[in-house]
Design a protein around this ligand. Structure first.
Ligand SMILES: Nc1nc2c(c(=O)[nH]1)N[C@H]1C(S)=C(S)[C@@H](COP(=O)(O)OP(=O)(O)OC[C@H]3O[C@@H](n4cnc5c(N)ncnc54)[C@H](O)[C@@H]3O)O[C@H]1N2
Ligand code: MOO
Length: 464
């Protein structure tokens, strides 16, 4: 299958594209040798992560869910939550409805057009010419004009109501007025020409769009034309983000073992692009009690935590989930990076996605678990899967799927380096993530691609 919106091959003359290539060269850094201090540091794509053998919880292979099944489990959990919660449609003004899903069909509230309309600037005429032209013309938005009599014409504007008994509209460029003030046509005319009859597009009550339609700018336009001020939509799922970690700074340079929080600034807009209403972002450090309180009190449809998913001394997510009686639906996924990610049901219709703290691992968790969950809660359709051949071979993990940042170039996906779990350098330059199956992929092999929201919809459209 071909990629929607792939970019054209860079032309040598195109200096803008050359700038982009130069920037990408910094990211791809093809000549740099992979560091050998870790098998999955991602500085070069030749790294193939080895299965971890420690006794840590997230290293237990029997618990981890294969990547495709993990995504299905997240969608299934959301379907169950939707049917349990029976979330009522909400009525929102057209200006707030972009990106939501219609919860009831969009039925026309009026005929469209709602009156017989002139399709052109010219004259409304009755019967065959020549015609006697009325003094006063007809403009769009004005009162209903007097009916025409046979042999009569009246100046008319595009969008104006045609007088009763009009047989056609003569375009201004096809009419000529003679010395006696009579109108002649310079072309052959057909009966009804350039008149848009009432109800041509739809009759009042006709279904224009079915339930489940994504509200796009065009849908907003159609709804307004058809008489709507508000539309009934599926409410956005409410999401609360809890950022864990005592080591995180919110400003300035990293110092003394402290690092900048990369997820607090990244996740809210990304979650919004996935259809969420982000109701709060809270930093709660490595405080298990604060985490438990936050989870217990949250009224969100989805809680997203960052960090603390592994089995370190201050990794509180699992113990807190156990204490609040949550049901673990996915406990680790066979994917690199991000394998300690988890999905739990915390309340009857509330879920928690635990994203690993390593930033690219968190992105992996976002797209593996949060994306299908939010999409299903928001009643958005799943994107059509598509594949592209890889321009370079990608080494695989022996047992797990790998998600690798790629740029789309013509008909190929170019894997980016700097794809290690703690790195955002690759993903920040990427258009998509390539899904590399266990064992890896050869050069030219087709890989499934997960589009990144800014690459397909543009930053202004998807991050509203
Ligand atoms: N014994 C084992 N240790 C680890 C395993 C394992 O299987 N066995 N898995 C590793 C993998 S893979 C990952 S990923 C991490 C997941 O760790 P946590 O989810 O518990 O995350 P933390 O330990 O809190 O943080 C990991 C790493 O990420 C940094 N971090 C955390 N939050 C942020 C943030 N908001 N912005 C930027 N960076 C963040 C944190 O400082 C750590 O460096 O566990 C491995 N360990
Ligand atoms: O596999 Mo981790 O989740 O280092 O990124």
């Amino acid at each position: 299958m071909t990629a929607p919106g792939t970019r054209a091959e860079a032309s040598a003359e195109d200096t803008d594209d050359l700038d982009v290539e130069e920037a990408l060269a910094l990211v791809r850094d093809a000549h740099r040798e992979p560091r050998d201090d870790s098998t999955d540091d991602g500085a070069g794509q030749a790294s193939a992560p080895a299965a971890r053998s420690s006794g840590a919880r997230s290293a237990e292979p029997h618990r981890a869910t294969p990547w495709p099944q993990a995504r299905e489990a997240a969608a299934r959990a959301a379907r169950a939550a939707r049917s349990r919660a029976r979330r009522a449609p909400v009525s929102v003004p057209l200006g707030d409805a972009l990106g939501l899903t219609l919860a009831v069909p969009l039925d026309a509230l009026t005929d469209l057009p709602s009156f017989d309309t002139s399709a052109m600037d010219g004259w409304a005429v009755a019967g065959p010419g020549p015609w006697q032209v009325r003094e006063e013309g007809v403009l769009a938005g004005h009162a209903q004009p007097e009916p025409l009599t046979d042999g009569e014409a009246v100046r008319i504007a595009t969008g104006a109501r045609v007088p009763a008994d009009t047989t056609a509209v003569l375009r201004s460029e096809h009419g000529r007025i003679d010395a006696q003030g009579r109108l002649h046509t310079t072309r052959e005319m057909l009966h009804g020409q350039d008149i848009r009859p009432r109800g041509q597009e739809c009759r009042s009550g006709d279904q224009l769009l079915p339930v489940g339609t994504l509200v796009t700018p065009a849908v907003l336009g159609l709804a307004a034309a058809a008489g709507y001020d508000t539309v009934a939509v599926v409410p956005r799922p409410r999401v609360e983000v809890l950022v864990l970690g005592d080591e995180l700074l919110t400003e300035g340079l990293p110092h003394d073992g402290l690092i900048r929080d990369a997820l607090g600034p990244m996740l809210p807009s990304w979650l919004r692009a996935l259809g969420a209403d982000v109701i709060s972002v809270r930093r709660i450090g490595d405080d298990a009690k604060a985490l438990q309180k936050a989870v217990t009190r949250s009224a969100a449809d989805l809680i997203v935590t960052t960090g603390g998913t592994a089995a370190g001394p201050v990794d509180h997510v699992h113990p807190v989930l156990e204490r609040v009686g949550a049901e673990l639906l996915v406990d680790g996924v066979k994917v690199r990076p991000g394998h300690p990610m988890l999905l739990a049901r915390t309340k009857d219709h509330q879920h928690l996605v635990g994203l690993p703290g390593n930033p690219l691992a968190a992105v992996s968790g976002l797209l593996t678990l949060a994306e299908p969950l939010l999409r299903t809660l928001a009643a958005h359709p799943a994107p059509e899967p598509y594949t592209l051949p890889l321009r370079e071979a990608v080494h695989g993990h022996p047992h797990d799927t790998r998600l690798i940042p790629v740029v789309l170039r013509g008909d190929h996906a170019m894997p980016l380096h700097y794809n290690g779990p703690a790195m955002l350098r690759g993903i920040a330059a990427a258009d998509a993530l390539a899904v590399v199956p266990p064992g890896g992929a050869l050069q030219g092999e087709e890989a499934e691609l997960l589009d990144l929201p800014w690459a397909t919809a543009g930053i202004g459209v998807c991050f509203t």
